[in-house]
Design a protein around this ligand. Structure first.
Ligand code: FAD
Ligand code: SF4
Length: 456
């Protein structure tokens, strides 16, 4: 039982000794791979509060430092532990504008930096606590539109991904009249047209956008804005246009039918789920196919989960870099830093051959259609000149049979022309491909800079 009103100042200082970390876990594989519903389950509220009780007053909470938003898990976990869900939401929302997003898809940098991760490798469940607090807040209707007095200034935000939304939200709350221009037909950026529904249901984005609109933010869709023709009538601009260019693999055979950039599949699948129709010949669908995902990161993992749900025959994921160390500790990047250890996602658990140190040489095909990929096992050797490690071949090339390839090798960092002093860049457009939590933090920081610029 969780005491509802305890006098202890922060969490329960003994709970970490008696209450083990408990994750809600995923829906069973043989249930979840037949639909695109969210895979993660939820704990009941008593268990959730018990998990929150494990967050103690640890002196120097490294979670604050690790979270790019500067979220304060000890504060809201304490309120949650005490059963004050509304206070928990207020504390969480003080630093995080959209905890319903990060609570679902943040890799939880804070948990890796948790003191309980250092000692027991059983950190507090901040991310899950975060989404539980956010969902409770929406359910109980204390996430309400706030009306702010206008300050007479107007700002345009270009791009409605997490960075643009965070900047627009912050500026709106500071009294600016904000218009968001978005090239796509709906808001969300990669939240909507990248991250699969099984990680983030799109109704969660719709709910937030409705609130932002109610608070006075204007959204203009289907407008691709160029930096040399910014919309007129605004005193400042926030460019939050993300990383539009995916890294391609221009090797022999690239023109064959069946080779796609990851987002061609992921964005289309999310649009199909939103009710959009595509001609059969335009569908990027893995049904009945042997799929090869090139790129061992998170985008590749999302391709695997999507291919399973589309009914693929098999999935293999290859990566040119070596296999990361097995966790939980990474001697090269020790606590409280993010450990670069092997990550096995819910999509990997659903079935996938994973290989590392594999270079891709050539796409092979018949009658213009992909049939396989010639690959080469390699090794990385230290560079005697001290530069990047050297790639050396190991053994003979081999062929991986595939009739679909998904290229998930990251995105090019955008280059911007010299911009006027009233144009500010936020999110992935500024940093290169990163994380939602960093895009949110960047959007807020840029909004503060715009405010300072227009308040001179
Ligand atoms: C497949 C995939 C899965 C991911 N999974 C995760 C995850 O689980 N957790 C996590 O933290 N991060 C994840 N990320 C990374 C995360 O989605 C991004 O870091 C984040 O969305 C960046 O936010 P942003 O607002 O800077 O850019 P984006 O989300 O890319 O948004 C940019 C927006 O600008 C619009 N735009 C671009 N150019 C113009 C223009 N000229 N005019 C008007 N509009 C324009 C785009 O249409 C888009 O809506 C994932 C990324 C991918 C690709
Ligand atoms: S946003 Fe991510 S890093 Fe920050 S507190 Fe939430 S889960 Fe942790």
């Amino acid at each position: 039982m969780v005491p509802a009103n305890d006098s202890i100042s922060m969490g329960n200082p003994k709970a970490f000794l008696t209450v083990p970390r408990k994750e809600a876990g995923y829906r069973p594989i043989n249930d979840r791979i037949y639909d695109f519903g969210e895979v993660e389950q939820t704990l009941n509220s008593s268990d959730r509060r018990q998990q929150a009780s494990r967050c103690m007053d640890c002196g120097v909470p490294f979670c604050h430092w690790a979270c790019p938003l500067g979220n304060k898990p000890p504060e809201w976990n304490d309120a949650l532990y005490r059963g004050d869900w509304e206070m928990a939401y207020r504390l969480l929302n003080a630093t995080n504008p959209f905890p319903e997003f990060t609570g679902r898809i943040c890799p939880a940098l804070c948990e890796k930096a948790c003191i309980l991760n250092l000692t027991e490798h059983e950190p507090t469940t901040n991310r899950e606590d975060e989404v539980a607090i956010a969902e409770h807040a929406f359910k109980e209707n204390y996430v309400r539109a706030q009306q702010t007095e206008r300050n007479g200034h107007s700002v345009a935000v270009i791009g409605a991904g997490p960075a643009g939304l965070a900047a627009a939200n912050e500026l709106n709350h500071r009294g600016y009249s904000v218009t968001v221009y978005e090239a796509n037909e709906s808001a969300g950026g990669l939240l909507r047209y990248g991250i699969p529904n099984f990680k983030l249901n799109k109704s969660v984005i719709d709910r937030r956008i409705a609130l932002l609109e109610e608070e006075g933010i204007r959204f203009v869709y289907g407008e691709h804005i160029s930096t040399d023709a910014l919309p007129e009538g605004f005193e400042a601009y926030v460019l939050a246009t993300g990383t539009p260019d995916a890294r391609d693999l221009k090797i022999p055979g690239r023109e064959l039918k069946g080779i796609h950039l990851a987002l061609e599949m992921l964005a289309q699948q999310n649009r199909v789920l939103a009710g959009m129709e595509f001609a059969k010949e335009d569908l990027v669908n893995a049904r009945g196919k042997d799929v090869l995902v090139i790129g061992g990161g998170d985008t590749g993992s999302d391709c695997i989960g999507t291919a399973h749900r589309q009914g693929c025959r098999s999935v293999t994921q290859i990566e040119i870099m070596p296999r990361p160390v097995d966790g939980p500790e990474d001697p090269q990047n020790p606590w409280p830093n993010w450990p670069r250890t092997l990550k096995t996602t819910s999509s990997h658990e659903e079935g996938c051959v994973r290989r590392w140190n594999i270079n891709t040489l050539e796409f092979l095909g018949e009658d213009g259609k992909l049939t396989g990929v010639r690959v080469q096992e390699i090794a990385w050797q230290p560079n005697p000149d001290g530069g990047r490690p050297l790639m050396v071949e190991k053994g003979e090339p081999e062929i991986i049979k595939a009739d679909m390839v998904l290229l998930a090798m990251g995105f090019l960092k955008p280059q911007h022309p010299e911009l006027p002093s009233n144009v500010f860049v936020a999110g992935d457009a500024a940093s290169g491909a990163s994380l939602v939590v960093r895009a949110l933090a960047s959007g807020i920081k840029v909004a503060e800079a715009v405010d300072a610029f227009l308040s001179r």
